[in-house]
Design a protein around this ligand. Structure first.
Ligand code: GDP
Length: 480
């Protein structure tokens, strides 16, 4: 396939370059996270800040004035949709500004960064080719399916749905399940109906905007371009324990489709896309999970653990026969830090570290260098102080989206609101402590900021919080 040719070409070039003592620098960065975590906004802001030469003090190459020019160039993979940067950038600016369409499938974009090397024998101009690949984090969860068979997966999905906290949402699907006989005839309509019900259940689990879904198949939540194809038309059945699906029955058909899903969807994604990434940023809406409470935090921890196990495949794992990831650095980043006052930014970063450490404790193996932080790719708020009786509280102000309600007032999308968003705990362990109150961050959805032109009529990229720090971790060493 194209990717193998690509790799072979890369290897040949790298070998040639190493003979010359000159690496031809190229870096492939993955941007992922569950739906609504902020992938589209981050990717757009990252490109805009680089291409438009924004001041990025923590990115050393930028602070030292060594970035000469950054440009968009044609991407290397003809079979991956291009990340629609221009459309997203346009959506975010001007009086009609709005948040861009979210990520629903994989896309990529290539940048070339002309910079000056800082030191060493090769001091002087150089170019780093940066590929940015944005894909739904839901797809990473599918890794857990690879070593499961249909009967095992089915039994687990049914058992999960019968757990008390899921029962209310799962009831319609469980009801439908009773009518599906695993030993019944192969029936396309029955398979479709069962699959629809099951997908509706998975979607309902996710319907709460703060829910963190951890239930694969990932494509049932984010089908990408495969919606409606047979590999996505299956569902668990209530097989008696110890019974394997029999070919020629409904369960046999489901089992075939389950295997097809792994073969034509899951393995190719990991082999052709995931395994080619050098570095990865995983975006996490930790504030939403904190807001939703302990069950959501526990779900988030599970999801992080699953992501971590994807990154650590290859250190003594049988999965290496299918794909060997080369990811060397992973950044777990809590997004939307502009929803809290800067006095809580470090605390949010600590919460993120704590969640990752807990997840890493359970995930097997480690390989990549892992870090955690908190940032806002686009800062939609400014900081103010508000009076509460005799106290002054550190607060934020921004324009809530039309229809958002703050303290009983309905906003029109034009008017600014100042709110005290609450504080995060000093000790991150407190988020799991049943004795402490819930750590709620009370922020409405804000509109993107309106950036006014400067004296020269130039419009700078929107303000951000610690985006430069994320960039320094992801690419800084390659611009030195
Ligand atoms: P995706 O599904 O991961 O691609 O998520 P998006 O990038 O589309 O982000 C989902 C929503 O989160 C956006 O529509 C915004 O409302 C919000 N959001 C994302 N990033 C930021 C940020 O940096 N600041 C603020 N205030 N909101 C953000």
């Amino acid at each position: 396939s194209a990717s193998y040719l690509d790799e072979a070409r890369d290897a040949a070039l790298a070998f040639g370059d190493s003979l010359l003592g000159l690496a031809r620098p190229r870096l492939r960065i993955g941007v992922t996270g569950l739906s609504r975590s902020g992938k589209t906004v981050f990717t757009t802001a990252l490109i805009q800040n680089l291409v438009e030469g924004a001041k990025l003090p923590v990115l050393k190459a930028s602070a030292e004035g060594r970035i000469a020019r950054v440009r968009l160039v044609p991407q290397p993979d003809p079979d991956i949709p291009r990340f629609p940067y221009e459309a997203h950038r346009a959506a975010l600016s001007g009086p009609d500004r709005r948040w861009p369409e979210s990520t629903r499938r994989i896309s990529e974009l290539r940048l070339e960064i002309d910079y000056e090397r800082a030191q060493g024998w090769f001091k002087g101009p150089a170019t780093l080719t940066l590929d940015i690949v944005d894909y739904p984090g839901e797809w990473l969860l599918d890794l857990a399916l690879i070593n499961q068979d249909y009967a095992g997966w089915s039994a687990q999905a049914v058992a999960d749905a019968r757990k008390p906290h899921r029962l209310p949402v799962a009831a319609p699907w469980l009801e439908d399940l009773k009518a599906r006989d695993p030993a019944g005839p192969v029936d396309e309509m029955a398979a479709e109906a069962a699959s629809e019900r099951f997908k509706a259940y998975l979607a309902a689990l996710r319907a709460d905007p703060e829910a963190v879904a951890v239930t694969p198949p990932g494509r049932f939540l984010m089908p990408g371009d495969l919606d409606g194809s047979p590999a996505l038309t299956f569902a668990p059945l209530d097989l008696p324990p110890g019974v394997q699906p029999v070919p020629g029955t409904l369960a046999g058909l489901m089992a075939e489709r389950f295997e097809a899903y792994k073969r034509v969807v899951v393995v190719p994604f990991f082999r052709e896309h995931f395994a080619r990434l050098d570095r990865q940023i995983v975006l996490v809406d930790a504030l939403a999970a904190l807001d939703a409470g302990p069950a959501a935090l526990a779900d988030l921890e599970t999801a992080l653990g699953q992501a971590l196990s994807a990154f650590s495949v290859g250190r003594n794992s049988w999965l290496t026969s299918l794909f060997a990831p080369r990811i060397e650095k992973v950044l777990f980043a809590a997004t939307k830090a502009d929803h809290i006052h800067h006095t809580s930014h470090d605390r949010l970063a600590n919460v993120m570290s704590h969640l990752v450490a807990r997840a890493a404790g359970k995930a097997q193996g480690a390989g990549a260098k892992v870090e955690a932080m908190a940032f806002a790719a686009i800062r939609a708020t400014r900081e103010v102080r508000i009076r509460d009786g005799r106290e002054e509280l550190p607060a934020i102000a921004g324009v809530p989206e039309a229809g958002e309600v703050v303290d009983g007032e309905v906003f029109d999308g034009q008017t600014e609101a100042a709110i005290f968003p609450g504080e995060l705990p000093q000790r991150p362990e407190a988020i799991f402590d049943p004795a402490t109150p819930r750590w709620q961050v009370r922020a409405p959805r804000f509109r993107p900021p309106l950036v006014k032109p400067d004296a020269g009529g130039r419009i700078a990229p929107p303000p951000q919080i610690r985006l430069d720090r994320a960039l320094e971790f992801l690419i800084g060493d390659r611009l030195s």
